[in-house]
Design a binder for this molecule. Structure first.
Ligand SMILES: C[S@@+](CC[C@H](N)C(=O)[O-])C[C@H]1O[C@@H](n2cnc3c(N)ncnc32)[C@H](O)[C@@H]1O
Length: 271
């Protein structure tokens, strides 16, 4: 996996949170937080917490005494997250690689992750680490995107990039939609000791008032930006404008609603 695909740095966190948050992530975060709050959740570890979108919904759903540890590989994402919370909100923030968690065995009763695992090159290692830091009976709940064919907004942009870069397109957009084979995921999880693995596939909508917001979010709110900046033959503004034009043609000029599909996976640490 290209190293820059994990580099949510510089002004990416701000654009991610501002543009992509409302388009993709808030509704999924609310659903995930409600599921977590249905069971025991006193010590919660969130991995790949990013700018704290799911953290906010978790904080609102869980009782005040529940402690949340929000972690992410990128300090720039976490600093953006931290500014959204008051010191009294019982949350700690910690830079952590999901494949090498800096926590003791059995410390948490919930580990969660919204749309982060795809960015980790070794998924079984993430499950191994999550299993290690969960207490017996603890739960893992995380979400993944379904394939690009079920997520037309990124699919259309990905197809457009392929045309624009004539067979040598930036490939970042494929990554978030690349880990959805349920047989493989179950195998990866059971190998790490998880039991009672359950999949819930959900259909929703990406909602954006103007195609410009979606184009800015998709091009400047993720490491796709860095991948485009490495190219000498175009600029970010040019790509944003071309993406915006294509989105207008396909999804309309105002108040766009585009289907999206994702899956929430839950499992237990049995022993
Ligand atoms: C699409 S964002 C999801 C952020 C957040 N969970 C949300 O729902 O908005 C992916 C996140 O994964 C983080 N990430 C990438 N590789 C990681 C790793 N190896 N360990 C922990 N976090 C990682 C990135 O920094 C980024 O914040």
């Amino acid at each position: 996996m290209n190293d820059i695909y994990s580099a949510f740095t510089g002004n990416i966190p701000e654009n991610y949170d501002h543009y992509l948050g409302p388009i993709f992530f808030h509704r999924c975060a609310e659903d995930l937080a409600v599921r977590i709050a249905e069971g025991q959740a006193e010590q919660v570890l969130e991995i790949a917490a990013g700018t704290g979108i799911a953290t906010r919904y978790l904080r609102n759903q869980l009782p005040g005494k529940a402690h949340i540890t929000a972690s992410d590989l990128n300090d720039d994402m976490l600093r953006h997250a931290q500014q959204k919370f008051l010191p009294s909100e019982n949350i700690s923030f910690q830079v952590a690689n999901a494949m090498e968690l800096p926590f003791e065995e059995g410390q948490f009763d919930v580990v969660t992750c919204q749309f982060g695992i795809m960015f980790c090159s070794d998924k079984p290692l993430v499950f191994h680490e999550a299993h290690r830091v969960l207490c017996p009976g603890g739960r893992l709940l995380f979400s993944i995107w379904d394939a690009l064919e079920h997520n037309p907004l990124p699919r259309v942009i990905n197809e457009m990039l392929a045309e624009l870069f004539d067979g040598d397109a930036p490939a970042f957009l494929q990554l978030p939609f690349s880990y959805h084979d349920q047989t493989q995921i179950r195998k990866d999880m059971e190998k790490s000791g998880f039991s009672d693995v359950r999949f819930t596939t959900l259909d929703g909508e990406c909602v954006f008032s103007r195609p410009k917001n979606a184009a800015l979010g998709m091009v400047t709110g993720s490491p796709l930006r860095l991948e485009i900046e490495q190219r000498k033959d175009t600029t970010i503004d040019e790509v944003v404008n071309k993406v915006m034009g294509r989105l207008k043609t396909i999804f309309g000029e105002r108040d766009c609603r585009v289907p999206m599909r994702w899956t929430v996976i839950s499992a237990n640490r049995a022993d």
